[in-house]
Design a protein around this ligand. Structure first.
Ligand code: TYD
Length: 137
């Protein structure tokens, strides 16, 4: 997997004077069935989350409120993507090291995931991640 496989997804936005509505459907807006949703909130200023990669998990990350930055690393290069719209998702394939930083006050980060939680799917050691991506064709 490479940074080019990480992409921004524009989600449907039903604009309405009563308030806007966005929805996410598995196998439509993301290339997987959504098995799990989790969210990060009440992140103290200056804290970071993530700092790992996944063997198989695919995800879509959305800034439901506020903003934060996602630092992406495929083992060869890095790039940073800022999320600050409720109708824009960041799709991450497997084997991408990510760190979530620069959370604004009140930011909410929602994640749609392709699998249920499985600690065995994590690379929490950067060197082990690097060794795995170097074997990935
Ligand atoms: P972790 O994925 O390391 O958090 P982040 O990458 O967002 O900083 O998870 C933190 C803790 O929460 C860890 O002990 C595992 C647990 N956890 C679950 O039990 N279920 C989940 O779906 C997630 C994402 C984490």
């Amino acid at each position: 997997m490479s940074l080019d496989d990480c992409r921004l997804v524009e989600l449907p936005k039903i604009s309405d004077p009563r308030g806007n509505l966005t929805f996410i459907e598995g196998r439509s807006h993301v290339p997987f069935d959504i098995a799990r949703v989790y969210y990060l909130y009440d992140v103290p200023g200056g804290e970071s989350r993530g700092g790992h990669a996944h063997r198989e998990l695919q995800q879509l990350i959305v800034a439901m409120s506020g903003s934060f930055a996602v630092v992406l690393d495929d083992g060869r290069a890095r790039k940073t993507v800022t999320l600050n719209r409720s109708y824009i998702g960041l799709y991450l394939p497997k084997l991408i090291w990510r760190e979530l930083v620069d959370f604004s006050s009140g930011a909410v980060c929602a994640v749609m995931a392709s699998h249920r939680y499985d600690e065995a799917d994590y690379f929490r050691d950067y060197d082990a991640f690097l060794a795995a991506v170097r074997q990935d064709p």
